[in-house]
Design a protein around this ligand. Structure first.
Ligand code: A2P
Length: 329
C-alpha cells in the first residue's frame, strides 16, 4: 500500500486532488465559516460544494476573509463545485460556472463537475416539481455537447479541470470517445455498503480519479429527503456507522467507526468528502492518517459491499428522474 499522509492526493494528468475533502451539502450558512475555519486548521485543503447546495455565497464570504487575513492562500486550496441539473445544457454551462465563481468570490475553481446526468427544466427553482411531486425533467440532455462547453471553461481558465458526478460507465464511455479534455474525476456515492467496484476499475483503466460522496453512508439522508419533499421510504435502512464489523475493527485500532469507514476508502485509492458541521467530527474525519487497516481488515470491509442494494441515494430524493432517458440506473 502506498503511504497515506495529510498531503496525499489522487492524480489525473495535472489535477491533484487532496484525498480528504470537506463535504458541505446540508451545511447551513451560519455553520459554514466555523466549519471551514476548523477544517483548515485541522489540515483540510479540499472543499466540495455545488450550486444546488445554496451555500456558495457563505463559502465565498468565509474564504475571502481567510485570504484577506492571510490564514491561507487561494493556491493552497482545492475547490470543487458543480453544474446543477437545471443547467444541463451546453448553453448554460458558462453562465452557471460564472455564477458559482461570483458567489465563491473566486477567479477559478480547481474542478468543475457535471453534477448529474439528468437534466431538469431550467428556471429559478433548483428542484422544479409537478403537482404530483415528480421533478420536471428536460429530456433534451446532450452530454457530448455539455462536455464541449465544459472543455471551453478550462480554456477560459475558469476551472483547472473538469469531471462528472453520478454518471454510469456507459455515459462516461460516450464522453471519453469525443473528449478533447478527458474527465479528471468522477464523484459518486461510495461507501462500505456501495463500493462501486466495476466503476472504480473502469476509472482506474481510464485515468479518472474517483471521489466518494456519502462515505459514511449519509446518516442524515432520510431526514433531509423529507425536508426537500422527497420520498424517504425508498431509502434503505442501513447504517454503516453501526455495522458490527466496522465497530469491531474500530475498537481494535482504537479509532471511531467513521475513521475506519474513511480509511477503508482511502486504502482503496479514493478521495473522500465526509460532510460535517460539527467541530469535533470535522477534526475526527481528518485524523485518518495515523493508523493502517490490515489486509484482513480490508478483506472484511470489502465483503460488506451490498452492490445496488446498498445505495442510499435512490429516486426518493428526486422522484421522477427515473423517467429521463439519461437516468443512470
Ligand atoms: P454532522 O454534520 O452533525 O457531523 P456523509 O458525508 O456520508 O453524507 O455523512 C454526513 C452526515 O454524517 C452528517 O449528517 C454528519 O453530521 C454525520 N457525520 C459526519 N462525521 C461524522 C462522524 N465522524 N461520526 C458520526 N457522524 C458523522
Amino acid at each position: 500500500m502506498t503511504e497515506l499522509n495529510p498531503e496525499s492526493y489522487v492524480q489525473s494528468n495535472e489535477m491533484k486532488m487532496p484525498v480528504v475533502g470537506l463535504g458541505t451539502w446540508q451545511a447551513t450558512e451560519e455553520q459554514i465559516e466555523t466549519a471551514l475555519n476548523i477544517a483548515i486548521d485541522a489540515g483540510y485543503r479540499h472543499i466540495d460544494t455545488a450550486f444546488v447546495y445554496m451555500n456558495e455565497p457563505a463559502i465565498g464570504k468565509a474564504l475571502k476573509k481567510f485570504f484577506d487575513c492571510g490564514k491561507i492562500k487561494r493556491e493552497e486550496l482545492f475547490i470543487v463545485t458543480k453544474l446543477p441539473n437545471i443547467a444541463n445544457d451546453a448553453k448554460y454551462v458558462e453562465e452557471y460556472l460564472k455564477r458559482s465563481l461570483s458567489s465563491l468570490q473566486l477567479d477559478y475553481v480547481d474542478l468543475y463537475l457535471i453534477h448529474h446526468p439528468v437534466g431538469l427544466v431550467n428556471g429559478d427553482d433548483l428542484l422544479p416539481r409537478h403537482e404530483n411531486g415528480k421533478v420536471k425533467i428536460d429530456v433534451n440532455t446532450d452530454h457530448v455537447a455539455i462536455w464541449k462547453a465544459m472543455e471551453a471553461q478550462v480554456n477560459a481558465s475558469r476551472t483547472k479541470s473538469i469531471g462528472l458526478s453520478n454518471f454510469n460507465i456507459k455515459q462516461i464511455e460516450k464522453i471519453l470517445k469525443s473528449a478533447r479534455i478527458p474527465p479528471a474525476n468522477i464523484q459518486v456515492e461510495l461507501h462500505v455498503y456501495c463500493q462501486q467496484k466495476e466503476l472504480r476499475d473502469f476509472c482506474n483503466k481510464n485515468n479518472i480519479t474517483v471521489c466518494a460522496y456519502a462515505p459514511l453512508g449519509s446518516p442524515n439522508l432520510t431526514q433531509f429527503t423529507e425536508v426537500l419533499g422527497g420520498d424517504s421510504s425508498r431509502i434503505p435502512k442501513l447504517s454503516p456507522l453501526l455495522d458490527p464489523v466496522v465497530l469491531r475493527i474500530a475498537e481494535a485500532h482504537e479509532k471511531t467507526p467513521a475513521q475506519v469507514l474513511l480509511r477503508h476508502l482511502l486504502q482503496l485509492g479514493l478521495a473522500v468528502i465526509p460532510k460535517s458541521a460539527n467541530p469535533d467530527r470535522i477534526r475526527q474525519n481528518f485524523q485518518v492518517f495515523d493508523f493502517q487497516l490490515t489486509e484482513n481488515d480490508m478483506s472484511e470491509l470489502n465483503a460488506l459491499d451490498k452492490g445496488k442494494d446498498g445505495k442510499m441515494f435512490t429516486i426518493g430524493l428526486l422522484n421522477g428522474i427515473e423517467l429521463h432517458p439519461e437516468y443512470p440506473g
